[in-house]
Design a binder for this molecule. Structure first.
Ligand SMILES: Nc1ncnc2c1ncn2[C@@H]1O[C@H](COP(=O)(O)OP(=O)(O)OP(=O)(O)O)[C@@H](O)[C@H]1O
Length: 239
């Protein structure tokens, strides 16, 4: 079954065409990276999948349902590029609040579990507005994963994180074995660590899709994957 489907999606902002007939699908349980240069349309794609923007044209389905449906909200976890938790609430309060909103059985306990998982204990009683950018990102990741989402959409998830924390987050995400993951990034090492498949977009269209292995095989011996992607972006997929 397909868990994420976009068909001929067009999204314009004034006279800027962010998505220009974007189509791809991801099977349930698939781990996919959405790759593309600045302005390619990655964030717009994730916002549409999260139900925060509506497309001008085209069809979008999450497990066959509309992204704006209540059912989808329950099973979806979305990390925006610059997530902003409630600034005046502490780390614990933010997590407890989201757990309550989501109707989880024991909000305080779930909040504490996430605090321990993300190594946020030291900042548990700190207001979100006073956290460093990296710790704010950790809190945002905790808020995204709190309800064990079936569908996980992450926009540049490792931004601002130090190297040990990047490794921690990668290992946490690896535990979401059955979840469908779509991670937007322009950093190839993140794509290769988290995903088995890549969708490369530019100017709001898919220009290449396949497995990361297939992508590597398009290069010369020992050619860095970044260089292969750069060639696809400049010369098109027939390289
Ligand atoms: N709210 C908006 N108003 C006007 N233009 C927008 C808006 N959101 C996105 N755009 C434009 O749509 C295009 C796609 O933007 P988007 O943020 O989806 O790209 P991206 O691939 O996520 O880029 P980046 O890697 O720089 O975050 C860009 O030209 C951007 O300027």
């Amino acid at each position: 079954m397909e868990c994420i489907e976009l068909e001929n999606v067009v999204k314009k902002f004034g006279n800027v065409t962010a998505l220009d007939g974007l189509s791809f699908s991801i099977p349930c349980g698939g781990k996919y990276a959405l790759i593309g240069p600045n302005g390619a349309g990655k964030s717009t794609t994730l916002k549409i999948l999260a139900g925060l923007l509506t497309p001008d044209l085209g069809n979008v389905k999450i497990k066959g349902m509309s992204p704006t449906s209540k059912e989808v909200k329950k099973i979806l976890g979305y990390l925006p590029e610059d997530a902003m938790p409630y600034r005046v609430l502490t780390v614990l309060e933010n997590l407890e609040y989201i757990a309550s909103l989501r109707g989880l059985p024991n909000p305080r306990q779930r909040a504490l579990e996430m605090i321990y998982l993300l190594n946020l204990k030291e900042y548990m009683y700190t207001e979100a507005g006073k956290l460093s950018r990296g710790n704010l990102q950790k809190l945002s990741i905790a808020m995204t994963l709190l309800h064990n989402p079936e569908i996980i959409l992450l926009d540049e998830p490792l931004n601002y994180l130090d190297i040990p924390t990047q490794e921690l987050v990668i290992s946490i995400l690896k535990n979401f074995v059955t979840s469908t993951l779509l991670v937007s990034t322009h950093i190839m090492s993140i794509a290769t660590r988290l995903a088995t498949n890549a969708i490369i977009i530019n100017h709001g269209r898919v220009i290449w899709s396949g497995t990361i292995e297939e992508l590597r095989k398009m290069g010369n011996e020992n050619e860095p994957i970044e260089s292969i992607v750069a060639r696809i972006l400049t010369k098109g997929p027939q390289i």
